[in-house]
Structure formats: structure tokens, C-alpha cells
Ligand binder design. Structure first.
Ligand code: HEC
Length: 138
């Protein structure tokens, strides 16, 4: 039993790490939801279902799952393309959000992918910075 205190300390250490990661996840999700309501819900709606024929859905979107980098770039730079989401064509422009920081975009991405893409992991701010660097407006 002489290892018991050591094991206890180890367990405490692990659960501390765990809850730190959990806290960050919760923070990204909650702040992402607020940012989504402010910057995105006008068009894509609070429930992520969009508006038929005008604004594509995020809930259940096959496009969103296949094009994460493009989605992150679109949040910053806007998108005016013809895209197909779940078999339907959309070609209205989505406006840019040049005021959003990489952190904001990471939080929005964490929220939308957890809420509607069944992806539990955080979109890290560093990951967003790298992606934004690639799609920087020239
Ligand atoms: C003014 C309305 C409007 C706002 C505000 C808006 N979008 Fe969009 N969004 C669109 C339109 C229109 C498209 C399709 C663009 C195209 O056809 O090129 C689109 C496309 C998308 C797509 C890819 C297609 C899909 O449904 O999977 C994602 C993801 C997305 N928007 C997320 C967001 C997020 C996140 C925000 C907030 C930061 C946001 N949008 C703000 C109108 C909007």
C-alpha cells in the first residue's frame, strides 16, 4: 500500500488535466454559440436549418463535413460561389466577417461542428490561424 498516496496524486493530476480540457471545450462551445447567434443566425437560423432556397442549412450539411477549411475561410472572407448542400444548389453570397479573430472563428467552428456535425473535438485557434494564412486575401 505504500504506493497509494502516489497513485492518489497521479489520479488527481489526471482528473485536473481532464477538467481543464473540458472547461476549454465548454468555453469554446458557449462562446461559439453566442457568436453564432450574433453573426450567423440571421441567415442560417438558430436551429441551423437555414432558409429554403436562400441560405443553406448547417444542420446535417454534407458540405460542411467535407469542407472544413473552406468553411473556416468563408467565415472570415465570405463566400460567393455556387455550392451544393445536401443535393440542393445555393448561389447567394455569404458576407465576410473581417472583424472576427482567429479565436472567435475557432469558437464558432467548435460550436457548429459539435452542434450539427457530431464532432466533439475543439477547433483549435492555432489550426484556424494556419488555415486563414492559406486563404488570406491578396
Ligand atoms: C447574410 C446571410 C449569411 C450570414 C450572416 C452567414 N451566412 Fe453562411 N452562407 C450564406 C449563404 C448564402 C451561403 C452559400 C454561399 C454560396 O453559395 O457561395 C452560406 C454558406 C455557408 C456554409 C457552407 C454551406 C453549408 O450550409 O454547409 C457554412 C458552413 C456557413 N455558411 C456558415 C456560416 C457561419 C458560421 C456564419 C457566421 C459566422 C455565417 N455562415 C453567416 C449566408 C449567410
Amino acid at each position: 500500500m505504500k504506493y497509494f498516496p502516489f497513485l492518489l496524486a497521479l489520479a488527481a493530476l489526471f482528473s485536473a488535466c481532464d477538467s481543464k480540457e473540458d472547461l476549454k471545450k465548454k468555453q469554446y462551445y458557449v462562446e461559439g454559440m453566442e457568436l453564432y447567434k450574433t453573426h450567423c443566425a440571421n441567415c442560417h437560423q438558430n436551429d441551423g436549418k437555414g432558409l429554403v432556397g436562400l441560405y443553406p442549412p448547417l444542420a446535417g450539411s454534407d458540405f460542411m463535413l467535407k469542407n472544413k477549411e473552406l468553411v473556416i475561410c468563408a467565415i472570415r472572407n465570405g463566400l460567393s460561389d455556387t455550392i451544393v448542400v445536401n443535393g440542393k444548389t445555393y448561389h447567394q453570397p455569404m458576407p465576410p466577417n473581417s472583424q472576427l479573430l482567429a479565436l472567435d472563428i475557432a469558437e464558432i467552428s467548435t460550436y457548429i461542428y459539435k452542434q450539427w456535425g457530431n464532432k466533439e473535438e475543439i477547433t483549435e485557434t492555432k489550426e484556424v490561424e494556419k488555415i486563414l494564412e492559406k486563404c488570406k486575401k491578396k
